[in-house]
Design a protein around this ligand. Sequence first.
Ligand code: ADP
Ligand code: MG
Length: 726
Amino acid sequence: MLNIPNENLPSLRFIKGVGEAREKILNSLGIFTIEDLIFYFPYKYYDRTTVLRISQAYSLVSSGLNEEVTFIGKIKSVRKVQTYRRQFLEIVLFDKTGFLKVIFFEGINYFQKIFLQDLLVAFSGKIQQGTDGSPVLIHPTFDIIKEQEGFDFQNTNKIVPRYSLRGISQAKTKAFGSHTLRNIIQNALSKYLSSVRETLPDYILKKFGLIGLIRAIKNLHNPENQEMLKKAQHRMKFEEIFYYQLLAALNRSMVKKFDESIVYKKVGENARFFIENKLPFELTEDQKKVIREIFNDFKSGYPMNRLLQGDVGSGKTLVALITALISVDNGFQVALMAPTEILAFQHYNYFTHLLKDIPVNVGLLTSSTPNNIRRKYLEMAETGQLHILIGTHALIEEDVQFKNLGYVIIDEQHRFGVIQRAKLKIKGRNPHLLVMTATPIPRTLALTIYSDLDVSFIKTMPKNRKPIRTHVITPEKRNSLYDFIRSEIQKGNQAYIIYPLIEESEKMDLEDVISNYNKLKNEIFTDISVGMLHGKLSSDEKEEIMSKFIKGEIQILVSTSVIEVGIDNPNATVIVIEEAQRFGLSQLHQLRGRVGRSDKQSYCILVSDIEIDDSRPLRQIFDLNSQKSIARERLKAMKKFSDGFKIAEIDFKLRGPGDIFGTRQSGIPEFKFVDIFADQELIELIREFTFKLVEEDPDLQKNEHQILREVIKYRYSYKEFLSNIA
Ligand code: ADP
Ligand code: MG
């Protein structure tokens, strides 16, 4: 069997067409086994079932038919056109039968670089009538065809898969294109597909009308037709949700077992001392309420499994700190996991600073902790000398062991799904778990992702806060903006200036940040101390810059969005976000949350060439789902709303289904097939089903459930989920 543990799995080299060099290339795509190869699915498809000749486009226009079709041809010319109102890119495509115009209004420079003369391209979209009456394709999807793939596709009339080559260097993609990968996968399928084992019990397949795994895999690589492709995707989607929810249900059922040894009996002397003498300010009502909720869970004899939702700046860290003290007072160690090194470092400072006069040992562990210190902390954790260990995902590594871990806190639930939670939890015996997040999530969505958690809220902000004033300005106003920043700094306040850095254009973006930094430092704020922070700095450098900024030695911090989550410098009162249209809405809100953290008036200034007061309808000529108009809506929402829940709601609406990138940023686990927004109903259906399944067969003992045990054991580490039911 291929997708079930097996010692003598044949290596990739057994596949026709794979030699040493190609094996390496496959490895860089994350493909190491034949199973990986067979489960490496296309990321999109081109429907060539309706490839038309260009001459047929004219009759389409006159018939008024409006279906998605494909044209394949060579590029004759590419030019930028400027009208009095806007600019666009006009491409002329030709085949033996005629010429067709293809228009792009956005990404003009990008497309101009891609679409070179004589390139063979397949364009798919709906034909529209241009201003001169001739047919045009506007913003079609496209597929650049390599000459060696030939014109064959014109005749094959099928759905063509496209595989991602992300991870392969540019130089290598020339010799190893999508079609090479396609051939290798075909070879693997013909030999090994039959060894793939079904991963869902028969009765579930029948109950939900799903096709078998082998058929699904086959159709994902070589769709018979659109209908079968849909069925195949549906089956994979089902499986993805099913196992996620099954793990959550098992987790939940574990939590339902009473365990006397994890009962915390008291608030304790350190916690009491801290609250009475060391609190820097009075707790808000909601902070008190949440601390009580957590303490009740601590006392209950059932391991806590709680999500704490509270908007940026609502004071979640203090809740973590006080409840951590309670845990230590009861003789249990605490692990606090943060999503970034900067944040872990900041928490470490916050804890050590506030706990200065309290006999509690706190450690910091990230992937860049020097080895000798790392060893010291590991030993202290193991012997129980270390009370609180703060870190990044380095905490879930195998060699991190605790003497008596009783409380796990995960801050800013980014990328920590049910699996990572479990990995940290098994380091203790049924420890209490608190997950803290500032990303407000609609209720149904929360059920999906956190279906194994109870939820607490902090709704009120600390009393001293003034609402942040948000403005959207165009780049021409930058000079007066700089004057404003200077006046804030003269008052003793500090500022952030943020530049976008996105994966797709990382190198260019980084260069921009650095050159802007140099300009700000050397030309504009010559009398002010300016520092720079970005992800490519070493962690020592990052820590040094953050400490200087917190201490006030750096007055203006120029940064990429690495500071997005959690960074706390209450003395900062201005955040400027450059090219604000390039950020997601939740991300903008998170960034804004870096200011307004004290009783001082704070400002968020979004700089963008998109004018938000422009009332001209943008979609007047063609019905484009314009990126620009969506960006404008985001900026408007920022100006209008400060409440995180409201912002989240708008964000989900604006994103629409399929925005994987957006999903990633909001801290929702990544699925390959599931669209967490569009598949809401399916998710709920499966959730109900799996929770019932676990209720009826909590140890997965039934015969028909053996396969579930095996898949969990194989795909996810066995002990993390089944140790208590093995
Ligand atoms: P978040 O919920 O975003 O993690 P933090 O825990 O970082 O927020 O708190 C934001 C800031 O507010 C910190 O500087 C923190 O010390 C401060 N703070 C926390 N609780 C209170 C309170 N009750 N009154 C005033 N300030 C508070
Ligand atoms: Mg925080």
